[in-house]
Write a protein that binds this ligand. Structure first.
Ligand code: V55
Ligand code: FE
Length: 486
């Protein structure tokens, strides 16, 4: 657990800030909202070594309108939060394990009811969702940020779970999505769905996994979808024994399931390779018989709070991630693939984004954060607890293998970066890098806007929150024409 005094100390409040101070000049064309979801402990966890992925969901929004920015932050009103508030204490145990919960709330047969909805946000067909991969989407009012409750697509969505990373096809407007552990705890069922731009389920394909694993993110192309299956494993005995949901199996092969978007279960092909963790992806595309996936990948357990099955100690060096390009040949009968590390000298934060107007099509630029050790670090102001800090956004040119970067400052830690196009018709990469930063010197949160084509010039604008907002997991920008923010 973190110290009560540091940036990660529980925040546990809701907030409205009207007309936040802005340093610099807000780009005139930015009208919409940056919406972010993360977690915080509304009640201290039952186990000090539990995963932060088990924190209660919290949604916040920076609303850009008429040259001003307002902030709003709200807890997501889950069944768990209501039950804990009624009891006045933490009733829920280890991450995604109902067997470790107080019997009065355990929901062993309906584990999705225990969701914290703390991972990501997506808007589709006029609805805003807070997402966690163990449950259906929770609909949120985009204006008030009030929780409306689970959305099940009119009963047409049968999986018990729904990924935190649905993909919206920029051309068709469809939302492609899936759920794993789709039929219950530790089940090997993965259901894939197409949801049309009006929000109706048009396709369901029921698949089996090679083994039960965390399928956190995935990728789509114009013609295919790709499901990574890697090292985190679980089974019902482990859960019955009251343990945290995942354990890392250092010998587990990595599988990539490739399915034609319009295919049946028998069209699914599994490709197999050495142990990796593929938590987030940048993008993928299909060229002829080849499917290319670009993503940061780890060679060992990324998260120290999910223990090794063989008792190994977590290793921060082995657990760095590097940007890779994988090529799968659907024309070959071989189940292998070609793997290449595109930037072997730059370990990156595994929170990658592209210009999503080109999702599923070949993109040139990949955006993610990293720690630039050549930049100054103000240790006196940062406090003693801080070891490494994510101080830079990288604009990675996947074609020329060059990188340009934005440095946030010697007392700033960056959260996930998002790319926002300058205008609807702008070329790929012409736009803004937007994300939040933790300012350790002032103990406050700032929203940063930088020019993606001139990252080294520094922020064009910083929106200042007069306090520390909780640290997000994922965030997204929505223009006014994508969602009504009032
Ligand atoms: C991730 C995050 C989660 C989760 C599973 O970043 C995987 C990966 C914030 O919750 O539940
Ligand atoms: Fe994620």
């Amino acid at each position: 657990m973190s110290q009560m005094s540091d940036f990660f100390a529980p925040q546990a409040f809701e907030a409205d800030v009207i007309d936040c101070p802005v340093e610099g000049i807000l780009p005139a064309g930015l009208s919409g909202a940056f919406v972010r979801v993360g977690g915080d402990w509304a009640f201290p966890p039952k186990h000090a070594d539990d995963s932060v992925f088990n924190q209660d969901g919290y949604i916040s929004r920076f609303r850009f309108k008429n040259g001003r920015v307002d902030y709003r932050g709200r807890w997501i009103d889950t069944e768990r939060l209501r039950n804990n508030r009624a009891a006045g204490r933490q009733l829920y145990g280890y991450y995604r394990n109902p067997y470790d919960c107080d019997p009065m709330v355990a929901n062993v047969e309906q584990p999705w009811r225990n969701t914290v909805a703390n991972t990501s946000v997506e808007a589709h067909a006029g609805r805003l969702f807070a997402l966690k991969e163990d449950a259906h989407p929770i609909e949120i009012d985009p204006i008030t940020l009030e929780t409306r409750g689970f959305h099940d697509f009119g009963g047409a969505y049968a999986s018990q779970t729904f990924t935190a990373h649905p993909k919206i096809d920029p051309v068709t407007g469809e939302m492609l999505t899936f759920g794993y552990e789709a039929t219950g705890l530790a089940s090997d069922d993965l259901f894939f769905y197409c949801i049309d731009k009006a929000g109706h389920v048009t396709r369901e394909t029921r698949l089996k996994m090679p083994y039960v694993s965390m399928v956190h993110d995935w990728a789509i192309t114009e013609r295919h979808v790709i499901f990574p299956v890697f090292g985190y494993v679980t089974d019902i005995e482990r859960l019955r024994a009251g343990k945290i949901h995942w354990t890392w199996d250092s010998d587990a092969p990595t599988y990539f399931g490739i399915l034609p978007r319009d295919g049946d279960a028998r069209d699914l092909r599994w490709f197999k390779g050495p142990t990796r963790a593929v938590v987030h992806t940048f993008n993928a595309y299909t060229v002829g018989d080849k499917v290319i996936l670009e993503a940061p990948m780890f060679e060992s357990n990324p998260f120290p709070f999910f223990p090794f099955a063989d008792g190994s100690k977590w290793d921060p060096v082995k657990s760095r991630s590097f940007i890779r390009r994988l090529t799968f040949d659907l024309g070959s009968k071989d189940d292998g693939f070609v793997e290449e590390i595109v930037f072997p000298d730059i370990p990156v934060v595994d929170l990658g984004r592209v210009d999503e107007r080109f999702l599923g099509r070949k993109t040139r630029y990949a955006y993610t954060s990293f720690n630039d050790e050549t930049k100054p670090l103000d240790r006196a102001q940062l406090g003693t607890g801080v070891k490494r800090i994510t101080n830079s956004y990288g604009v990675f040119d996947m074609q020329d293998r060059t990188m340009r970067s934005f440095f946030a400052g010697p007392t700033h830690a960056l959260q996930e970066v998002t790319f926002v196009p300058r205008h609807a018709g702008a070329a790929e990469g012409d736009g803004w890098l937007i994300g939040t930063a933790s300012n350790y010197a002032e103990m406050r949160t700032e929203l940063i806007v930088a020019d993606a084509q001139h990252p080294e010039d520094g922020a064009v604008a910083r929106v200042i929150l007069p306090f520390r907002s909780n640290v997000q997991v994922h965030g997204r920008w929505y223009h006014d024409n994508q969602l009504d923010f009032g």
